[in-house]
Write a protein that binds this ligand. Structure first.
Ligand code: HEC
Length: 135
């Protein structure tokens, strides 16, 4: 009789996992974190302070315009998928220096400040940025 309950339990489990972002991040929440509507923490810069996300957006303080990042993330480092490239760009920014910037500018503190879910949500958001042209 336990088996008869299984499909319902499984369904609820899957729903819960989906809600936690296990099957992919929540792009809308990622947008909020990126733009500081949902602040990461008092000690960290918000992404938007350095990165513009509109094609003609004023460039941030110091960093690339990310309006088209979803289209180039998968072809920037050979062998790295877009998601892997973005994860490394956020958590271990000096591993690959994009845009000709020197190391140490991208904050190194996000690995401590962001939860796995935060990172998944940020990546889901970045994967929606496809303006079609790299500024
Ligand atoms: C203090 C400025 C600054 C902040 C804040 C910042 N970045 Fe960056 N970011 C940079 C710089 C500079 C680079 C280029 C050097 C490098 O690759 O580390 C970069 C590179 C990137 C790249 C790779 C861009 C490309 O064209 O390949 C991504 C993706 C990225 N940042 C995402 C983020 C996200 C998400 C956040 C917030 C959690 C963030 N950045 C916060 C400055 C910043």
């Amino acid at each position: 009789m336990h088996l008869r309950k299984l499909p319902t339990s499984l369904f609820i489990l899957l729903l819960t996992l989906a809600g936690c972002g296990v099957f992919g991040g929540d792009a809308e929440r990622g947008r909020k974190i990126f733009s500081a509507e949902e602040p990461i923490s008092a000690v960290n810069f918000a992404c938007i302070e350095c990165h513009a996300v509109e094609p003609d957006g004023a460039t941030g303080f110091m960093g690339q315009n990310l309006a088209n990042i979803a289209n180039r993330a998968g072809s920037t480092v050979p062998g790295q998928s877009a998601e892997t490239y973005l994860r490394i760009a956020i958590l271990d920014p000096d591993a690959y220096l994009s845009g000709g910037y020197q190391e140490g500018i991208h904050p190194r503190t996000y690995a401590d400040a962001l939860s796995d879910r935060d990172v998944a949500d940020l990546i889901a958001y970045l994967m929606t940025l496809r303006s079609g042209e790299d500024p």
